[in-house]
Design a protein around this ligand. Sequence first.
Ligand SMILES: NC(=O)c1ccc[n+]([C@@H]2O[C@H](COP(=O)([O-])OP(=O)(O)OC[C@H]3O[C@@H](n4cnc5c(N)ncnc54)[C@H](O)[C@@H]3O)[C@@H](O)[C@H]2O)c1
Length: 309
Amino acid sequence: MKQKPTALITGGAGFIGSHLGDKLLGEGFEVLVLDNLSSGKLVNLSSGIEFIQGCTTDKNMAQKLVDKADTIFHLSAIASVQASHENWLETHRANQSSTVTLLDCITNTKRSRPQSFVLSSSASVYGNPKTMPISESEILSPLSAYAADKAASEYHVKIGSRIHNIRTSVLRLFNVYGPRQDTASPYSGVISIFASKIMNGEALTIHGTGDQTRDFIYVGDVAEYFYRANQKADANSQTYNICTGKSISINELSHIIADICETKIDVTHEPVRDGDILHSLGDNSRAISNLNYGPQTDMKTGLRHTIVT
Ligand SMILES: NC(=O)c1ccc[n+]([C@@H]2O[C@H](COP(=O)([O-])OP(=O)(O)OC[C@H]3O[C@@H](n4cnc5c(N)ncnc54)[C@H](O)[C@@H]3O)[C@@H](O)[C@H]2O)c1
């Protein structure tokens, strides 16, 4: 009987990682999740997933798990610009050293079957780009410690492919939304935060004018892209924008959510946060053509899934 492939997902108890776990289970993988539960939750994990509590920068722990895996999806991170400025060194370890730790484990593994590695990077590596929509060839210009660690992680992944012949892919995620997104995340949870405030009749806080735009993509589509990016991983280490190619403003977003919740909104404005970018719109043509998949979930449908769960 053919052996099931094994996937290790770091950060698999988090928002995106837990959806990826579900996708991989459905595709017949054995799924191992390494997570320190700093923001992830056990309740996010489906039955059938093997959970290991620990830190991705723990070399011994990481080596044992990497030795069992055919593929490593590296999603663990402290996904917050603010945290990366308040706890620079701690977030640097979680967001960059973790990548080197895992790649180093792959180079040291005793297993004979080749392994692949998929990095969850971020559109924040572009900073405020010169051209819009942003293509993957845009110059990287990180504006935060979080983005700097993502950019550097990407470079280490390329080194992993170039020097060690590791099969890799890099995904630059734009703004991902969907069920299980943590409202406590100030960086990634704008939709969950808005939805929860609107449903509780509280005022929304918008940083800046609200005219800033984002390219939001539904988490189910993102999980599909991770799966396909692993299938295409090779020593040429391709980088993909993971986005819809459409953007909406934060003001528009608040109105759509209010419509879905059938309520009026009250907004207070606060200063723009350090490191926040103004506009974000990705060019997803490479992902569509190379990974043979375009986002399937439109904004209103995705928001309904997110708000009713
Ligand atoms: N959500 C988005 O819109 C978005 C956008 C761009 C990039 N990303 C990236 O996608 C990945 C997943 O993000 P998410 O939104 O699911 O965030 P999340 O906070 O829900 O998930 C991150 C997970 O990593 C775990 N973790 C953190 N540090 C760890 C460590 N040192 N060892 C082990 N586990 C650790 C957390 O407990 C959590 O479960 C991250 O790498 C993030 O930077 C997310």
